[in-house]
Design a protein around this ligand. Structure first.
Ligand code: FUC
Length: 779
């Protein structure tokens, strides 16, 4: 008997175990019409440079971003009145007068200026075509597997095609247009103070400065160069435009840079940088540029393949229509596409050397986008990085490390100037390109000192997944600095002697009408428990700081415990204010941090607290803003309730929370929901947060965790497979299931180490050598 070997199968086999070729169309977003609005356009990005591709017929719009183009310049937002007001704010809180404390915070403790700097768009490259003939067979698509956006249509007798991608190795956005006797005009448009010029007859240059904000003048120069070359035909220039006539192919390489070097240094030379980029790229042919970019993209993207089953009818309709129909159609392929899209967006907006993914990742067409498209670190930035580890994109966490490193410096000044602290650093609920760390916007949002601590915990999580001791050695001083601030500034709570933050908020949720400022909210205690534990464990692993670790331990032991309130809910504040709080269905579920993303509360380890988590989730409700649905999704995945989780996932994927280009709708667009959604789908299929009992450590010194297989598999995905997910302990996992039952789990170990595989009631203890693997059928 013979088995046919198809090219796809052969290719997959040749790629080996760390990379998977996907069946072509599963990984495409596609449309029958050009984008009429920005949330229909398709994103490409190399971490630093982003473009939104509209696929217009008479005019193509390529909206451009460079991730250091933000308004303003270096500034110190400290409020000189803050430190003097702190004792009175604390006294008011201890005396139970949160309203007066909040008023005083608002008057004396908030940043000056009160808001931070927004992320800004460069502008657009507009490519105008001649034509007017009727267009037929239009299609545009984004292929997640290659990272290439493609637009194609028939114009009279000629086939017109465009490809756009962002290249990591060549640090450019690259466009190719092919057709017959192409007649094109290239122009830049920008809302910033900018001028356009042409150099060497083939390079269109937009240069200018960033916007002013809050009385801080724009301090950045930026330059964007579009270098045009043709096959056949001619290029001519006039009044800030380039014209191409008679060409059969045109390649455009776009380089862009600003003078930003660091939060306190804007002396970069964007002209020199963009000239170098163009000089290097123009030596390469379009196929070469494409091949290099696609290879760099696939090196990360292809680590994970997901098949949740298919609905062939749904796959035949365009992506916008598919989203519209999703509330009434079972479409497992859409969930798989959404999962991969979140990975695509993260690896396209956060790469070593780039800024971290902001509220819109990298993509923003405005000078004053919603919430400034900044870094909101009371949930949104952290959520962006939830899929970084479990969906096998660990390198994307590097910009987060750099951000924390910067914040540890600006935040040390904040710690001194607002709190009179002599050690450590603090960041509140938001930051920007300039690494501002003061409380902003309003006391009820900004008065939250635990943002830097939460980000620091991510550095520890990366270590738990990778076992990378060099990373831990870089992280430790940052985590230590975050902890030092709290060792010095926590105050003693009167009735139990607990150590608590004061002032703070439980992110953005008022406990009484109009009042959010409080002391010792549950989330702070939970984040500090994680931070302190991470410091204690790191000091031990690195063989350092025994004395400091002992101090941290004694503070850790005095943090307030979880409390279950009168409704059976997990209490959000020190006092049981929950039932009377005015926003019962508030979007934030901050106090559930301990259940997800943390593991202080676990389904089987702490059943009473888990019941309290569930009670809180029932009260809060499933439907909220995009990211808030994504958080609920992860929480329900951890509750291992497959059908409830699946219902919530469908709400996230439906047209109210997903735009035609699959961007998450807060609304408006905010990328955290995409990332949180990807993390949750992984969490439905595999979880690795429960520590082994009795406790054990990996060769790296990290604690060892159990790996639960298919813990939250809904009935709608009876048969499927996933390859390449990552579990804590440096394990990579492939799973296959049929009729709702695991058929094979393959575990590969990078560093060697121990785990317990758990499937339903069955479990298997194992220890693997570095590079070792093990396959189990779950029995
Ligand atoms: C937090 C959230 C809002 C929004 C903003 C960017 O303030 O409460 O919903 O996501 O961040």
């Amino acid at each position: 008997m013979k088995f046919p070997v198809t090219p796809v199968l052969l290719f997959t086999a040749l790629l080996g175990c760390s990379s998977y070729a996907a069946a072509a169309d599963d990984l495409k977003l596609w449309y029958r019409r050009p984008a009429a609005q920005w949330v229909e356009a398709l994103p490409v990005g190399n971490g630093r440079l982003g473009a939104m591709v509209f696929g217009g017929i008479e005019q193509e719009r390529i909206q451009l971003n460079e991730d250091t183009l933000w308004a303003g310049g270096p500034y110190n937002p400290a409020n000189p009145e803050a430190a003097a007001a702190l004792p009175e704010i604390r006294r008011l809180l201890a005396a139970g007068d949160s309203q007066a404390a909040q008023t005083l915070v608002q008057q004396k403790f908030m940043a000056r200026p009160l808001t931070q700097s927004p992320y800004q768009t460069i502008g657009d490259l507009l490519i105008t075509m001649g034509g007017g003939d009727a267009v037929r067979s239009y299609r545009r698509e984004l292929d997640l597997d290659s990272g290439v956006a493609r637009t194609e249509f028939q114009l009279g007798n000629s086939r017109h095609a465009r490809e756009v991608f962002a290249s990591v190795p060549d640090q450019a956005i690259v466009i190719q247009i092919t057709g017959t006797r192409l007649a094109l005009t290239f122009a830049f448009q920008s809302q910033l103070r900018a001028a356009v010029r042409v150099e060497e007859g083939n390079t269109l240059i937009l240069s200018g400065i960033n916007g002013d904000i809050n009385g801080i003048p724009g301090a950045l120069k930026f330059e964007t160069r579009a270098h045009v070359r043709t096959t056949g035909g001619q290029i001519s220039a006039d009044a800030g435009q380039l014209h191409v006539t008679g060409a059969s192919a045109v390649t455009i390489v776009i380089a862009s840079a600003t003078s930003y070097r660091r939060y306190d240094d804007v002396t970069g030379d964007p002209t020199a940088l963009t000239m170098q980029t163009i000089a290097a790229a123009k030596e390469k042919s379009f196929p070469e540029l494409r091949e290099r970019a696609v290879a760099a993209h696939q090196q990360m993207f292809r680590r994970v393949a997901l098949d949740l089953g298919r609905n062939e009818a749904a796959e035949k309709i365009s992506t916008d229509e598919r989203v519209r129909q999703s509330p009434t159609t079972e479409d497992p392929g859409l969930a798989a596409l959404y999962f991969q899209y979140g990975r695509y967006l993260l690896l396209s907006s956060s790469r070593p050397g780039s800024q971290p993914a902001n509220l819109q990742g990298l993509w923003n067409d405005s000078l004053s986008p919603p919430w400034g498209s900044k870094y909101t670190i009371n949930i949104n930035t952290e959520m962006n990085y939830w899929p970084a580890e479990n969906t096998n994109l660990a390198e994307t966490a590097e910009p987060l490390m750099e951000l924390v490193d910067d914040l540890s410096k600006t935040g040390a000044r904040m710690a001194r100037e607002h709190y009179g602290a002599t050690r450590g650093w603090v960041a509140h609920h938001n930051t920007d390109l300039w690494r501002a760390t003061a409380p902003i916007d309003g006391a009820q949002y900004g008065m939250w000192p635990t943002g830097g601590a939460w980000l620091s915990v991510h550095l520890w999580q990366h270590f738990l997944y990778t076992g990378d001791r060099a990373w831990l050695a870089r992280s430790y001083p940052l985590m230590k600095g975050a902890a030092e601030f709290f060792l010095e500034t926590l105050v003693e709570e009167k009735s139990h002697g607990w150590l608590i933050t004061s002032p703070s908020v439980s992110p953005e949720n008022p406990h009484h009408r109009g009042v959010s400022v409080a002391q010792g909210p549950t989330m702070d205690n939970a984040i500090l428990r994680d931070l302190f534990d991470a410091c204690i464990a790191s000091a031990k692993i690195l063989g350092t700081d025994a004395e400091f670790a002992a101090k941290v331990r004694s503070a850790r032991d005095r943090l307030p415990p979880y409390q279950i309130g009168a409704q059976g809910q997990l209490q959000e504040w020190l006092e049981d204010w929950d039932a009377g709080a005015p926003e019962q269905r508030h979007r934030h579920v901050s106090h559930l941090y301990g259940f997800y993303p943390s593991n202080q509360i676990t389904l089987r380890g702490t059943p009473e607290l888990t019941a309290a988590v569930k009670k809180t989730l029932e009260t809060r409700g499933d439907i909220s803003t995009g990211w808030a649905i994504a958080w609920r999704l992860n929480l329900w995945a951890r509750l291992q309730d497959p059908e409830r989780t699946y219902t919530i996932l469908r709400a996230l994927l439906g047209p109210e929370r997903t735009y035609p280009n699959l961007f998450d709708a807060h609304p408006p667009f905010q990328i955290d929901g995409n990332m949180g959604g990807s993390a949750a789908i992984a969490e439905m299929l595999m979880q690795s947060h429960v520590p082994l009992q009795p406790e054990r450590t990996q060769p790296s010194g990290a604690p060892a965790f159990a790996i639960e297989l298919l813990p939250t598999l809904p009935k709608a995905w009876p048969t499927g497979s996933v390859k390449g997910l990552k579990a804590r302990g440096g394990f990579e996992i492939d799973l296959a299931w049929r009729d709702g039952r695991l058929t094979a789990a393959t575990l590969r170990s990078t560093n060697g180490g121990s785990t317990r595989l758990v499937y339903g009631d069955a479990s298997r203890e194992l220890t693997l050598e570095p590079g070792g693997s093990f396959t189990w059928d779950g029995r």
